[in-house]
Design a protein around this ligand. Structure first.
Ligand SMILES: Cc1ncc(COP(=O)(O)O)c(C=O)c1O
Length: 377
């Protein structure tokens, strides 16, 4: 699925030197290495503030808490994402309200969001949390429009979307505040857990800084209940090195995605979407957006059989995500049931992520496509 060693090998010396410098300064938590990364990250994303923290999950919680979302507030998000998109809302003390996805992009369906905003819960809804799933921005025009409503905060879950764009604006600057993850499998990855909050709001940025340090503005004076959610110096140093290469890696991912598209189309396997009948539906790219291909996800009706077939041939694949969030045991108290979000439920049965990373070779892609052709024949 992903061979991180191919990224590490050419960078080994540079990374070891960066880690060595942190050891020399003995600044292990926040400090200079994180400040340097934050400055370059903000510049690259075109946002006023980028604040390093301990994980993408903590970044989501910090974004929500810093935006003032808490008990009595409701937050709209998607049932088709990683668990943290919903659990962070609960951690902030608020109530997640789910809306179904668009079957072509797997991202929140603007019409479903609009229905909730116009419905009986409308007044309680204080925020909307779109997830840029697989690296493609969620309906950015729509979310930018609702971000202009004074009563609503738009919080991007950009964990999978470093460098993604819509209308020339990068993810991280499309809403009021955004959360990134640098989990080791992400496009821009740390050597452990790390995350970041971005915002153009001075006020939110100031609150994130306070909340990630136990609510401290002045040492040992706690203004609010924050948490320990700081970034390690090692992670800041490593991310600063990788930040120099991420644009080239993203370009390489886009080449890999384009090549899959060509190979599948040439093999006559691609069907018109959004639902597959016998073959496979290739990922849909929304015009005007720049997809960064965190995942290359096809849809196919005999997904589990295909996955077994690929596994037997030592070809990696993964299911993101096999159980929609409204059907998770831990989220039963939200009161949802099977059938509530048919698009998310169907996607969970049909999606399959294929190997994609910048260093993936053409012959390896040909092997993947040939195996899928063999299965379907
Ligand atoms: C969409 C999404 N949101 C949130 C997270 C949480 O990030 P982390 O694993 O860094 O806590 C992830 C990554 O795992 C993710 O993919």
């Amino acid at each position: 699925m992903l061979d991180l060693k191919r990224q590490y090998s050419p960078l080994q010396q540079e990374l070891l030197e960066a880690v060595g410098r942190v050891l020399d300064t003995q600044q292990f938590i926040l400090g200079e290495p994180v400040a340097v990364f934050e400055k370059s990250a903000a510049e690259q994303l075109g946002v006023a503030h980028a604040l390093g923290c301990s994980s993408g999950t903590d970044a989501l919680w910090l974004a929500l808490a810093a935006a003032g979302i808490g008990p009595v507030d409701a937050v709209i998000t998607t049932p088709f994402s990683f668990f943290a998109s919903v659990s962070a809302i609960l951690r902030a003390g608020a109530t997640p309200v789910l809306a179904d996805i668009d079957p072509a992009t797997f991202n929140l369906d603007p019409a479903a969001v609009e229905n909730l905003l116009d419905g009986p819960l409308g007044k309680q809804i204080r925020a909307v949390l779109p997830v840029h799933l697989y690296g493609q921005p969620a309906a950015a025009d729509f979310f930018r429009r609702i971000a202009r409503e004074p009563a609503l905060t738009v919080i991007e879950d950009a964990a999978q979307a470093w460098g993604a764009e819509s209308g020339g604006v990068k993810a991280g600057g499309l809403g009021h505040v955004a959360a990134f993850s640098f989990y080791p499998t992400k496009n821009l990855s740390a050597a452990g857990d790390a995350g970041m909050v971005t915002t153009n709001s001075d006020e939110i940025a100031e609150r994130v800084k306070m909340l990630r340090q136990h609510g401290m503005r002045r040492r040992y004076n706690h203004d609010e209940i924050g948490w320990n959610a700081r970034m390690d110096g090692f992670q800041g140093a490593i991310l600063s090195v990788k930040l120099k290469y991420i644009a080239a890696w993203t370009d390489a991912r886009r080449v890999v995605a384009e090549r899959y598209h060509e190979l599948f189309t040439a093999a006559g396997l691609a069907e018109a979407g959004p639902y597959p009948t016998r073959g496979i539906v290739l990922p849909h790219q929304v015009p005007g957006t720049r997809h960064v291909w965190h995942q290359y996800v096809i849809r196919t009706p005999r997904r589990d059989e295909l996955r077994e077939f690929l596994t037997a041939r030592k070809i990696g694949s993964e299911i993101y995500y096999p159980v929609p969030l409204h059907l998770q045991e831990a989220l039963k108290p939200l009161g949802y049931k099977e059938g509530d979000f048919p698009e998310a439920e169907r996607a969970a049965k049909e999606v399959l992520a294929l190997p994609i990373f910048p260093e993936l070779r053409e012959d390896e892609q040909q092997t993947v496509v040939a195996a899928i052709a063999e299965f379907l024949s």
